[in-house]
Design a protein around this ligand. Structure first.
Ligand SMILES: [Zn+2]
Length: 493
């Protein structure tokens, strides 16, 4: 007789969350039971853990190109536990895969290959401590891991600079090997005390391909919202917080930058889905909402898979002439939001749900708009001596061509001014000001980066000196910028 495979959360009545050993043995059991389930490796973490990547491909695909060659099959990457105090995604995704393997009425496993990192931040997970310290304002479990990874980095700020073994693992084993159409990133928010059961977000970078962005923001997520209202009587809403802006209370989304997991997917023309369970709702309920949210979203993705593949293939072939270098938050309109209603000065138990509410109608800032653009060049030239940049471009999967002399027909960027911020994630974030001029004074050997490739938008945002979340920002070119008046990367329009 088979014993029932349970997560630690289930086995303890939601008093505890899974350890690293629990997750790996759960994955191993599934891989033993089902021939088309593989337990692969995402990376070796800073502290030496073999971070599991679970591959569930019922048709037996072993790569993204194989899956995509078969027609409308989707590859879906699901990442949980990036912030290891936010543990419901880890539990929910193990349960969901187990359940789908047993019974899959919507035939999700026929239509999708699931690539799953159930415990992305394994090192953070194992730093179990008091839940109220490691993740304030959360209603259980009593002990959870820490937000940061083994390098003390926030992995949800690491997508551009890719310093962590975890992000490098994603670039190699997920984007490189599987080219996912959809990327889920599962979190829990402990922000504004609202009445929603779960909040979500699409990729918010405005340089996400427009057809791919419209699908996730205007079709997919609103459908899932309606569906869960109907089936579970839950209210879902866009992830965000109530904030004051010029004196007015607004509902504000998070940053547009590519450093965030879901926005990074957007810059690669893919669907990014942020899930944020609500910290002051009980742990068991947070697992349930996350589970049902992912399931409902998978169902809708399967329904729309032909359309999704069409949009993605078109996005990879599209060559936008311009890209953004400045952005501002924008509202889709005004909508009703229920906020906690307590007199100022009232003592609140932040680990428990509010009991009194007031409805307010708030401008709903769910997106970003471009306020300044620049031309996307046909080529960049990166000096061979800029080895960190070259290495990073390769990590991101960008194609380079070698050139053994100074390229002709290129422009160089003359730096008039440069500034750094207070350190963030160990980096004094840099900005530069200046102008392109049609003259090249350097004599380096170069690698040429054509923007005539699917990752055109990502290339622009990594390499252009004026972008707000690229290699300049994260100090990749600091040595060159502080020793020369010209930016090391050349461009050809
Ligand atoms: Zn988080």
């Amino acid at each position: 007789m088979q014993t029932v495979l349970q997560t630690r959360a289930e086995a303890t009545g939601y008093a505890e969350t899974s350890t690293f050993a629990d997750v790996t043995s759960f994955c191993d059991v599934l891989a033993r039971e089902y021939p088309f389930v593989k337990r692969a490796s995402l990376c070796r973490s800073t502290e030496g853990r073999d971070v599991p990547l679970l591959i569930v491909s019922k048709p037996g695909f072993t790569s993204g190109s194989q899956a995509h060659a078969s027609g409308d099959h989707l590859v879906v990457y699901i990442q949980a536990n990036i912030h290891a105090g936010e543990v419901e995604g880890k539990e929910a995704i193990l349960m969901l895969v187990r359940d789908l393997l047993k019974s899959d009425p919507a035939r999700i496993l026929d239509a999708t290959t699931l690539v799953i990192a159930p415990i992305y931040n394994a090192d953070g997970n194992e730093k179990f401590g008091d839940g109220l310290v490691n993740r304030p304002h959360q209603d259980g479990p009593a002990r959870v891991g820490e937000r940061h990874n083994g390098m003390n980095l926030d992995l949800n700020r690491d997508c551009i600079k890719a310093e962590s073994p975890e992000m490098r693992g994603v670039l190699r084993e997920v984007y490189g090997a599987w080219d996912p159409d959809v990327v889920f990133d599962l979190h829990t928010t402990n922000g504004t005390r609202h009445r929603f059961d779960l909040t979500y977000g699409p990729a918010t970078h405005p340089d996400t391909d427009p057809a791919v962005l419209r699908y996730q923001r205007d079709v997919l997520l609103p459908t899932v919202r309606k569906q869960l209202r109907k089936t579970h009587k839950w209210e879902l809403f866009d992830y965000g917080n109530a904030e004051r802006r010029s004196g007015e209370l607004i509902w504000a989304t998070f940053g547009y930058e590519g450093r965030y997991v879901t926005n990074y997917a957007g810059l690669r023309n893919r669907i990014g889905i942020l899930s944020e369970a609500v910290s002051f709702l009980p742990f068991r309920f947070r697992v349930e909402t996350t589970y049902q949210f992912v399931l409902a979203t998978l169902n809708k993705l399967v329904d729309d898979r032909k359309d999704i593949r069409k949009r993605i293939v078109a996005a990879d072939a599209y060559r936008a002439a311009e890209a953004g270098i400045a952005f501002e938050m924008a509202a889709r309109g005004k909508e009703k939001v229920d906020l906690e209603d307590v007199p100022p000065g009232t003592r609140i138990d932040h680990t428990k749900a509010p009991t009194k509410w007031k409805s307010v109608v708030l401008p709903t800032y769910d997106r970003w708009a471009m306020t300044a653009a620049a031309k996307v060049p046909s080529h960049y030239a990166v000096p061979k001596s800029s080895t960190d940049a070259i290495r990073l471009l390769r990590f991101h999967g960008i194609e380079l061509t070698e050139l053994r002399k100074t390229p002709t027909g290129f422009e160089q960027f003359l730096i008039k001014n440069t500034k750094v911020s207070q350190p963030f994630q160990g980096h004094p974030l840099r900005t530069v000001e200046g102008t392109w001029e049609p003259r090249v004074t350097t004599t380096d050997d170069y690698w040429i980066v054509s923007t005539n490739q699917p990752l055109r938008m990502l290339i622009f945002h990594l390499l252009d000196p004026l972008t707000t979340d690229g290699f300049v920002t994260w100090n990749v070119f600091d040595r060159e910028i502080t020793s020369s008046k010209t930016y090391p990367v050349l461009r050809k329009l």
